[in-house]
Ligand binder design. Structure first.
Ligand SMILES: N[C@@H](CCC(=O)N[C@@H](CS)C(=O)NCC(=O)O)C(=O)O
Length: 226
């Protein structure tokens, strides 16, 4: 007999994209099996189920694969629609949330690599540009969601909380290894939101341990072995 709702997530522990999916599954209370992938030696299953990108996260639901974290989040929200909603019910609010998630993914995240790759004055310039985008983001979400900021104080964690939290709650590791990019003086709204997210029980449970992440980042960005 075919198993009902068999959910398998292929991921890697340090990937914020994978954390997005794990958070969504936990918020919705969906039981799942987790498979840790070695990206230097990808499994047959990953290559078979995600032949286009060959990346994690990969979610296999009753044998049907889904890849790309944002696609997976929306799939989860639609499939398990009697659990807390990740996206708002109202189509316009939903569009706004998608707009800002897209802004984080394509604009803000893209400004991190120039910071990692540069040094000295060039890095200062890259940090300044990153902060300018954060300002746009902060002003934008305060304007679009005036009643809801920080979001989860009024409801369970949503789509934007997941994306922002999974990527930026571990900012202290980035500060330690690469550079200080967030500060309460420059980014008060973002910092308040991150502090609140960091204290959320699911975020605490899901985020990679600080020291392990620092060691991983030192290896990846600075070529230092543990
Ligand atoms: N746009 C993808 C990005 C996923 C991604 O970059 N995954 C990385 C791990 S963080 C990966 O699998 N890399 C393996 C590779 O590039 O071969 C998403 O949102 O899921």
């Amino acid at each position: 007999m075919e198993k009902q709702n068999e959910v398998v997530l292929f991921g890697t522990w340090a990937s914020a994209f994978c954390k997005r999916v794990e958070l969504a599954l936990k918020i919705k209370g969906i039981p799942y099996e987790y498979v840790e992938e070695d990206l230097t030696n990808k499994s047959e299953s990953l290559l078979h189920y995600n032949p286009v990108h060959k990346k994690v996260p990969l979610l296999v639901h009753n044998g049907k694969p889904n890849s790309e974290s944002l696609v997976i989040l929306e799939y989860i929200d639609e499939c398990w629609n009697n659990t807390p909603k990740l996206l708002p019910e109202d189509p316009y609010q939903r569009a706004k949330v998608r707009f800002w998630v897209n802004f984080v993914d394509h604009q803000i995240m893209a400004r991190l690599l120039p910071i990692i790759m540069s040094r000295g004055e060039e890095r200062e310039k890259a940090i300044k540009e990153f902060n300018e985008l954060l300002k746009v983001f902060e002003e934008g979400i305060k304007k679009d969601f005036p009643e809801e900021f920080p979001f989860f104080e009024r409801k369970s964690l949503g789509y934007l909380d997941i994306v922002v939290g999974a990527h930026f709650c571990n900012y202290e590791a980035f500060h330690e290894v690469v550079a200080v990019v967030f500060s309460p003086e420059k980014n008060p709204a973002m910092m308040a939101w991150l502090e609140a997210l960091k204290n959320h029980p699911l975020m605490k449970e899901m985020l990679p341990p600080h020291d392990k992440l620092v060691a991983e980042m030192r290896g990846k960005y600075l070529g230092q072995s543990p």
